[in-house]
Design a binder for this molecule. Sequence first.
Ligand code: ARG
Length: 267
Amino acid sequence: MKKWFLVSLMSILVVGLLSACGTSNNGGETAGSGKEENGDKKVLVMGTSADYPPFEYIDTEKGEEIIGFDIDLAKAITEELGYELKVQDIDFGSLITAMDAGNIDLILAGMTPTEERLEQVDFTDVYYTAHHMVVSLKDSKIEKVEDLEGKTVGAQLGSIQLEQAEEINKTIKLKKIEDRDRIPQLIQELKTGRIDAAIIEDTVMKGFMEKDSDLTGFNLDTDEKGSAIALPKDSELTEEFNRVLGEMKENGELDKLIMKWFGGDQE
Ligand code: ARG
């Protein structure tokens, strides 16, 4: 009697589980590519490269979760639009390919809209700006761009900073350009002397330099570079994202987030 009861209880559970899977897969099609349905809420998967404090990073002292300005911003926008947000950590250089393949629905990774990227993705309006910074160890006495002559310079793979290194190399003969997947790897290479300098965004370097007094840097005299949200080409979401982003700029929500993560207004 008891055994019979257990068996039927088990089968009820199994059936329950199966149908639960069924519903979570249903409706994905109607919501558009890459979107799943979770209960009533549609899920958007955001790709990011969590090596970029304070935009996106893992504070290992606090846990495993990816936190940062981009995460808060994405949460605010998707919540307003009625989506649930999931975050996936991917090397910066592979983000656009991942979205092309339909594995992620959007990218927030402090990504700068460039002509080249615009061939593959659409961008929202810019939500924050930064400058290129040349970073080195204080002892190395690299104080201006000319000092890079004969030096090994590193930058993140797939970033506009890597292109900037190539640009510099056209006029100032560098010894070598090195690329790495993640920003902390670049800092590590600097510390061990495998590279002499790295090109990284000033907004991100500020945090690293506050924690490490051996590091120093100067800004390059190039145009300001902005960060924007990347979405698949011709996605209907781009307009909706821009609308909410615009509202957040108007009502001070964006400034609040900038204050929280960068500790000040954008000059
Ligand atoms: N803004 C630069 C670019 O678009 C670098 C962004 C790097 N982002 C990151 N999460 N590591 O190329």
